[in-house]
Write a new protein. Structure first.
Length: 392
């Protein structure tokens, strides 16, 4: 029969001179939708990992510093400088050194006063702040822009010196005046660190036990399967809660607690693969040639289960992120001084009814995006790495 000529697209795909980037790009021809799903999930994870690695450079503030007023909405933070009526023309923003500027306690403005070279004086309430200005205790006062209109209508003898002074906060501030964006960035280190550590630990233990159980068989397989099934029978979050309650809070303890949840998942997948592969002819041939059990596992069985392990790892990381967030939400996760998305969602939920939606929305969105990224990557790899599902 005459040999079928290859199409132009097929010739391009097998061109050995094509670089790795072009090979990845041309993979869309073979895998179609699965390729786009994998690339989208991988792209999300690349952005999150970049944010995790460069958190000190990307974060505008320390995540635990009380840098501004509480509950500043996203994009807010600008202040207005006020003084007594008729005095506005006396002041130059470039020359305020030595002047007294009043601010309300737990409100923004302290950093701006330092930058202007002025002297700060704090007042307990907004009424005290305005009264202090009118009585001459301070030369100027800083006030949130949203409060200026009401203040001018309520008090006579005050005028604006300058508007829109100071920094803005892209994602707003929380109930303590901490920058939400900074906590999001630093929280990625916490979440990714716990989820990846837990998944890698469960991979190491689950794969090792699964290889031994599936290859040894007999009583060893029965005992190990019984133990793993016993762990698997518990709901994941309940088991993690019990482990954290025993071990106590902390990054390492939470990672260990979460890892226990996913050991049976790796075990079951690997054991099933080993039971199938050890019956193949190439394994029987290795045995007949005198290969030892450890060598057979290392050289002949383990390489054939790597695609399944990669898929399970991606999906377990996605689930571990949700489990860690759940632990933090109920107060059994990390200490309060460690930025964590689940903890921020928990605390922000108390203020949601008051209209402070951003305290919950942004940490919750990050949890969703990272979990979705790993899930899409795992689902895409499951389709691509399974040769039975590859399109011809």
């Amino acid at each position: 029969m005459p040999q079928k000529e290859m199409s132009l697209e097929e010739e391009k795909l097998i061109d050995t001179k094509v670089g790795i980037i072009n090979r990845i790009w041309r993979g869309r021809i073979w895998y179609g939708t699965e390729w786009y799903i994998t690339m989208f999930g991988g792209g999300l994870l690349v952005l999150i990992i970049f944010m995790t690695i460069f958190a000190p450079s990307l974060s505008p503030y320390d995540p635990n510093d009380l840098i501004a007023a509480p509950f500043i909405p996203p994009g807010g933070g600008h202040l207005t400088l006020l003084t007594r009526l008729g005095d506005a023309s006396r002041y130059n923003l470039n020359n305020l050194g030595g002047l007294k500027i009043g601010v309300q306690r737990n409100k923004g403005g302290s950093d701006d006063i330092i930058a202007l070279g002025a002297v700060e004086q704090r007042f307990m309430t907004q009424k005290d702040l305005v009264t202090g200005l009118l009585k001459g205790k301070v030369d100027l006062i800083f006030m949130d822009m949203k409060d200026v209109k009401e203040t001018l209508s309520k008090y006579d003898g005050i005028e604006i010196v300058a508007d829109r002074i100071g920094k803005t906060y892209l994602l707003g501030t929380d109930n303590l005046g901490r920058d939400v964006l900074s906590r999001i960035i630093w929280g990625s280190r916490t979440v990714m660190g716990v989820a990846l550590s837990a998944s890698l630990l469960s991979l190491l233990l689950g794969v090792s036990i699964g290889l031994i159980s599936g290859y040894a068989g007999g009583k060893v397989d029965k005992v190990l399967s019984l133990i793993m099934d016993s762990i698997y029978s518990f709901p994941g979050l309940i088991l993690a809660i019990a482990m954290v309650a025993v071990l106590g809070p902390g990054v390492v303890n939470v990672a260990i607690a979460v890892s226990v949840v996913y050991i049976p998942t790796f075990f079951r997948v690997v054991r099933g693969q080993v039971l199938s592969i050890k019956e193949e002819l190439f394994v029987e041939a290795a045995k007949s040639l005198g290969a030892k059990s450890l060598e057979i596992l290392r050289r002949y069985i383990f390489p054939n289960i790597i695609p399944s392990i990669v898929v399970v790892l991606s999906l377990s990381v996605a689930d571990a992120i949700l489990t860690e967030a759940g632990l933090s939400f109920i107060g059994l996760g990390l200490p309060p001084d460690i930025p964590d998305w689940g903890y921020d969602v928990s605390k922000g939920a108390s203020f949601l009814v008051a209209g402070y939606w951003w305290l919950v929305t942004f940490p919750g969105l990050m949890i969703t995006l990272v979990a979705m990224g790993f899930s899409l990557l795992g689902e895409g790899l499951s389709e691509i790495l399974n040769p039975r599902l590859v399109k011809n």
